[in-house]
Every structure is written in C-alpha cells, then in structure tokens.
Design a protein around this ligand. Structure first.
Ligand SMILES: Nc1ncnc2c1ncn2[C@@H]1O[C@H](COP(=O)(O)OP(=O)(O)OP(=O)(O)O)[C@@H](O)[C@H]1O
Ligand SMILES: [Mg+2]
Length: 239
C-alpha cells in the first residue's frame, strides 16, 4: 500500500503537483492518466522517492518514507523498479549487461548474477537476446530488457512512466500483457502513468485522472469509463 498525503511539488514558478492525496492498494495495477504537462512524471518522481515533495508525506505500508536519507533511502528505493518511455538503457552494454547492472551494484557474485540473468531473461521472454547489442534490439525488446533490469532486485513496486508511448499498437499490447502477467506472477504493485486511455482500459484496475496538478477524478476503471464526471476525463476518453 502506497499513500500520498497532500503532496505538492513546484519547479520555480510552476506548481506541477498540488496537494495530491492518493492511496494505491498493494497488488493492483494503478493508472494515473492526464494530458501532457498535467504533472504525472512529477508525481511519480515523488512517489518513487527520486525527488522530495515541497509539502506532504509518502507512506509505504504505513512507514513514512519521504524523510528517509542515505542508506535507508537506498534500501527503500531498492524495493522499487522503474521503466520509462525512452528505456534509459546503457548503450555501452549489451542486453545482459544492462540487466546485470543493478545486481553488480548490489554486490552479487558473478555466479549469482549469471543465475539471476537466466531467470530474468526467461521472465521477459528474451533468452535468445542475452548477448545482443542495444542497436540490434527492437523497441519492444529494449523495453523487455528495461523491465528485466527494473525487476532484477525483486522490487515490491514497478513504476512505469509512459512505458509504451514510443511503441506501435501491437508491441504496446505485448508489453502491457507482460506487465499484467508479471504483476500476477510476482505479486507486485504496478503504478503506471500514461496519456493513453487504451493503456488504462487494457490493464489497470484503478485509475486517477490528473489535470493541472490536481486529481480531478478517481475510481475503478469500469466506473470511471462508464460514467466519467470530470471534463478532463471526458476529454481523454473521447480523444
Ligand atoms: N525539472 C523540472 N524543472 C522545471 N519544470 C519542470 C520540471 N519537471 C516538470 N516541470 C514542469 O512541471 C509541469 C508538469 O510536468 P510533468 O513532466 O510532471 O508533466 P507530465 O504529465 O509528465 O507531462 P508529459 O505527459 O508531457 O510527460 C510542467 O509544466 C513542466 O514544465
Ligand atoms: Mg511525463
């Protein structure tokens, strides 16, 4: 369970997130949708402890985490994996090298890393791409490498920031199916931000609609789709 209480975040004169309250139940796929500039990435960076909020509190399983620093913060962050639209992979490393990176940082031995690599490559279904250079991989395969890297240290939460926005519709579906499958098999919580309504419809259980830094609507995906209340939600559904 992740809880945000009255989170605000400004960048200079721009207030990206305005006193947002949010509760993400454990073991669900929670979608946050909003148009460009709505504050989705800013909110996710606070939730994933990459940035500290200006006001408000972040709780994981009843423990306050936004105030953690140093080693305690690193340990908390190890419980979270993250994937992005542009994959954020290391061009100097091949597929296996990218996935191994967090395991090397965590201090695993070469033998432990190789064993975990076998599992992870299998998990995201790219065992045949182990030694592939990044330029030899399709966008979908790169995202699979990024997912394997994000899951390498067995996180409890996977954050996805527009993870399918640069992929074609068919690849998007296969990556979403993979995320759904992993969520069920590994019993993780997934927080997914997107500007694509079909992504929410395809895999999310619950959704919050963010507009100009404020959550204007939230609920089960069925509910929100069947009777959208906020103007921003209707706009996203009919876009
Ligand atoms: N590091 C930053 N420095 C200055 N302004 C920022 C920074 N990050 C975000 N902003 C501003 O905060 C607002 C929200 O940005 P954010 O990236 O969170 O939106 P978003 O919903 O993720 O948009 P998109 O869908 O385009 O990714 C925008 O006005 C943006 O310009
Ligand atoms: Mg963004």
């Amino acid at each position: 369970m992740i809880i945000l209480k009255a989170i605000s975040k400004s960048y200079g004169a721009v207030t990206a997130v305005k006193r947002v309250d949010l509760a993400v139940p454990g073991g669900c796929i929670y979608g946050i949708i909003g148009r460009s500039g709505a504050g989705k990435s800013s909110l996710l960076r606070v939730m994933s402890l990459l940035e500290t909020p200006d006001t408000g509190e972040v709780y994981y399983n009843d423990q306050r985490v936004d105030t953690l620093r140093g080693r305690a913060l690193l340990e908390q962050r190890r419980k979270m994996g993250m994937i992005f639209q542009n994959f954020n992979l290391l061009g100097s490393r091949n597929a296996a090298g990218n996935i191994a990176y967090p395991l090397e940082i965590a201090g695993l031995t070469r033998k432990q890393i190789e064993k975990r690599l076998d599992e992870l490559l299998e998990l995201v279904d790219i065992a045949d791409k182990r030694k592939a250079r990044l330029r030899e991989l399709s966008g979908g395969q790169k995202q699979r490498v990024a997912i394997a890297r994000a899951l390498a240290a067995n996180p409890e939460v996977l954050f996805c920031d527009e993870a399918t926005s640069s992929l074609d519709p068919q690849t998007t579906r296969s990556i979403l199916a993979l995320i759904r499958d992993l969520q069920q098999r590994l019993k993780i919580t997934v927080v997914l931000i997107t500007h694509q309504m079909e992504v929410i419809r395809e895999i999310c259980h619950e959704v919050a609609v963010l507009d100009e830094g404020i959550i204007v609507e939230r609920g089960s995906v069925t509910e929100v789709f069947e009777s959208p209340q906020a103007a921003a939600t209707r706009e996203m559904i009919h876009a």
